[in-house]
Design a protein around this ligand. Sequence first.
Ligand code: COA
Length: 325
Amino acid sequence: MGVQIIKTGKKVPYKKITNFDLEKILNTTDEWIKDRTGVISRFISTNETTTSLSIEACQDLLKENDVNLSEIGLIICATMTPDTIIPTVSANIKKALKIDHCITFDINVACSGFLYALSVAESMMKNLSIKKGIVVGVDLNSQLVDWKDRGTAIVFGDGAGSVLLSYDINDTSGIVSTFLDNIDDTENSLILKNISYKTPFNNLNNEFEFFKLEMFGPKVMKFAINAINTSISSVINLSKVSLNEIKYIVPHQANQRIIDAAAKNLKISKEKFYINIDNYANTSAGSIPIALDELNKNNLLKKGDYIILVGFGGGLSFGAILLKW
Ligand code: COA
């Protein structure tokens, strides 16, 4: 062990969009969205960017002014919606926080991004003896979805979550076990093609082509339920901790029905799952750290509690991290 989450933060856009607001632009109802997904509202950016939300989520982490910024040697930002590709969002964060020397990079593992970034951060902090690091999970899904597609637009939202990590070789708390995996998306159930530009050498007819997120919901749902089961069982098997000892499970907030089905399959009480999908919908890489920040700020975690962070997403990627708080 040795790499521990010592602070959590978040930032979501100012504008809150309810299901009733969506009734005005899509052929849908509040009742349908609530029943089939658990979502009641979501935050959608108007003038916020991935960078601005990330910076504010990090300022939330550091607001007590009790962290020596020169100790922060690593910032990883998990996102599939960077507003600037160069510089990376993590480099933008470093600049805004006025940190002098620091490793910064972004990763994209869709909705599993935060878990992957946390695991990479743990390895790098141990290998390079970095005392403090920041991991941000952030996505502006409102930029990706087709706002005419009622099957996808209703389940997504925008937001950023952040954690401050500390590495102390003698610390007996922190990350206990990690499981990460990927299975082929053979049925193209979650696809987002990148923008392509016409060049003098390719056959593109238009100056550029851009695409929106394509999702086949029922297929993703089936994958997601299995992914949660496999990931939770794996981190438990990789540790000496039993499922009964887990205080909270913080799942990726994609659909209330996915979480309910996973809880039933694993025979875990639904109360152990921390759920805030009603308020935020699916914020992709932001989802787990936003939920973790709520859990933490609501004083629901005590030192020594075991928790599991579990997620899944495009790729098809999935995984879990078991932590001793
Ligand atoms: N409002 C009203 N009706 C809708 C609707 C909406 N927003 N979206 C779909 N429908 C309709 C469909 O057209 C279909 O109608 P039909 O029976 O007349 O053909 C019916 O509702 C059922 O559609 P289906 O797609 O089977 O619904 P579902 O219960 O699977 O719910 C999702 C759709 C997208 C909410 C659900 O599949 C889901 O959440 N999947 C997982 C997605 C996910 O987790 N993605 C992120 C991964 S990180």
